[in-house]
Each structure stands twice: as structure tokens, then as C-alpha cells.
Design a protein around this ligand. Structure first.
Ligand code: HEC
Length: 102
């Protein structure tokens, strides 16, 4: 029983990272920089605590978080609205761009 659980977790994890990779392949860092104009009005490099800085954010976590806002699994209404307007290509581009920042 434990072994089965282990195997299915493994399959799940492999699948997840595979689709992350596929989604990130859609992205373009320069396009991300262009789109980021909207984000950096709130997400500044030295952000206060209410709005975290997202510079250097992990790419995979970025996808997960943005999709969670988009699907309204995460609560913040501003981010739900913003993520809701972005398609996979745009989210992937933003992931690559913000990940490249210090
Ligand atoms: C109007 C202000 C505002 C704008 C514009 C905005 N955000 Fe946010 N964002 C927030 C706030 C506030 C939070 C924190 C929500 C919370 O802590 O519950 C957040 C959270 C996030 C998080 C999760 C950070 C973490 O560690 O919890 C990510 C990733 C993110 N935003 C990405 C973006 C991207 C990408 C854009 C541009 C497409 C963007 N945001 C535009 C206000 C904004």
C-alpha cells in the first residue's frame, strides 16, 4: 500500500515537472520584460511586506502560484484578476523574466 502511494506520487511529480517544462518552453524572456511593466508598479525590488518582491522567483513556483490565482485557488482578488487575463505563454514569459532578476 505504501509502495503504491510512493509510485503514484512519483508519477505525479514527474508529470507535473514535465508540464512545467512544456509550459516554460512557450515563454520568452523579452516578452516577459514587456509584460512585467504592469507588475512592477506593485512588485518593487525592495517591496514592503504587503506586496512581496518577486525578483529571482523560482520558475516552477511562479507557474504554480499564477495558475492558482487564475483558477481562484489562491485568494488575493487583485492577483486573481491580473492572472485571469494572462494566457500560458504570457505567464511562462513572466516566469522567465522575473527569475532572471536579482
Ligand atoms: C495592484 C498591485 C499588484 C499588481 C499590479 C500585481 N500584483 Fe502580484 N501581488 C500583489 C499582492 C498584494 C500580492 C500578495 C498577495 C498575498 O500575499 O496574499 C501579490 C502576490 C503575487 C505573487 C505571489 C508572491 C508570493 O510570494 O506570495 C506573484 C508570483 C505575483 N503577485 C505576480 C505578479 C505578476 C507576474 C504581476 C504582473 C502580471 C503582478 N503580480 C501584478 C499585488 C499586485
Amino acid at each position: 500500500m505504501k509502495f503504491l502511494l510512493f509510485i503514484s506520487t512519483l508519477i505525479f511529480l514527474t508529470k507535473t515537472s514535465y508540464s512545467d517544462e512544456k509550459m516554460l518552453a512557450l515563454g520568452d524572456k523579452e516578452y516577459g520584460q514587456h509584460l512585467a511593466g504592469e507588475c512592477v508598479t506593485c512588485h518593487k525590488a525592495n517591496s514592503d511586506k504587503a506586496i512581496p518582491s518577486i525578483n529571482g522567483y523560482d520558475k516552477e513556483v511562479f507557474l504554480t502560484v499564477m495558475l492558482a490565482y487564475k483558477n481562484k485557488e489562491m485568494e488575493n482578488p487583485v492577483m486573481q484578476m491580473i492572472a485571469g487575463r494572462l494566457d500560458n505563454e504570457q505567464i511562462a514569459s513572466l516566469a522567465l523574466y522575473f527569475n532572471s532578476l536579482k
